[in-house]
Design a protein around this ligand. Structure first.
Ligand SMILES: [Zn+2]
Length: 311
């Protein structure tokens, strides 16, 4: 199994300029580049005349002005949010105040969010985000000239939605599947089991194009979804091999799998390993000694233990 995913990371981006990506789909990239957002957040405008805005992005005056200019003479009927990470949703209220539109999102999940986790706190997640119109898997957002099927795809975030443009085989994938990198799964915000289930759901569809929240469009959706799944299986096998070798704490697993990386990335890598371990624990493949956190020791449950405990 190969772990390498090939992405087109060409860096030509014209911030604030609406670019037609597909018929009746325009994209504007927000000028908020970072190690997590790549070149910035993609905002999509769907339809013409009456339009939906998917992910208004950060509350950035220049970006909101760019959306206003791109939709001049049109009416924003819906502001759809893939998930309540601030780089996607903070622009929702300011955009609504300026141009109107009903804010559509999954809404509060009732689960523990990442607030409190270093690097994943309130600066990153708006856990109080509340839409005008909460939607769930199977709902459809209808405008004049477009319909968006709502797909609940938790994993990266518990409230994560993808929106499928009906009749076009195009899915707006947010951060569930991205156009430039693998997705961050960082507990408690992220859940690896949910993420893999959501990928399986996406793998069963027959889409032609993904339009992600960061990075360019994906023209081989099924291949990318399969590669995402393969990448996670490969990572899980590596972690199990570490545990078999007696490398049984998260810091030591990170050191072995990631080598010398800087402190920031080490924190992200530790959370990713934790996400895999939680998924292994949930399936009774691995048992934790002590509390399941970044510093627990883990060991592989012997096959005979697993048999006796399940009988
Ligand atoms: Zn996100």
């Amino acid at each position: 199994m190969s772990a390498e995913l090939a992405f087109n990371r060409s860096a030509d981006v014209d911030y604030g300029v609406a670019k037609e990506i597909a018929p009746d789909v325009r994209r504007i990239v927000a000028n908020n580049p970072s190690p997590y957002t790549f070149l910035g957040t993609n905002t999509y405008i769907v339809g013409s005349g009456d339009v939906a805005v998917i992910d208004p992005g950060p509350a950035d005056a220049a970006h909101l002005t760019a959306i206003a200019e791109a939709t001049r003479g049109e009416r924003i009927t819906h502001i759809c949010i893939t998930h309540s990470h601030r780089d996607h949703c903070d622009g929702a209220l300011p955009l609504q105040e300026r141009l109107g539109g009903e804010i559509v999102a999954f809404g509060p999940t009732g689960t523990t969010r990442g607030a409190g986790t270093p690097g994943l706190g309130d600066a990153f997640i708006d856990s109080a985000f509340t839409p005008d119109l909460p939607v769930a898997d199977g709902d459809t957002v209808k405008g004049r000239g477009f319909s968006l099927d709502v797909l609940h795809m938790p994993g990266h975030a518990p409230d994560h939605l993808c929106f499928a443009l009906v009749g076009k085989r195009i899915v707006f994938t947010g951060d569930h599947v991205m156009g430039w990198n693998t997705t961050v799964i960082a507990p408690p915000e992220g859940n690896m089991g949910d993420f893999l289930t959501s990928l399986d759901k996406l793998a069963q569809r027959h889409d032609r194009m993904f339009l992600p929240g960061h990075g360019g469009h994906v023209e081989t959706p099924r291949r990318v979804v399969r590669a995402y799944i393969t990448h996670r299986k490969w990572r899980e096998q590596n972690i199990l091999a570490c545990i078999d070798d007696g490398v049984s704490t998260i810091p030591r697993i990170v050191a072995k799998l990631y080598g010398a990386i800087d402190a920031d990335l080490k924190g992200a890598a530790a959370l990713s390993v934790l996400a895999h371990l939680e998924h292994l624990i949930a399936r009774d493949v691995v048992t934790a000694e002590g509390a399941t956190d970044k510093f627990s020791a883990f060991y592989v449950r012997a096959a005979s233990d697993a048999v006796s405990s399940s009988s």
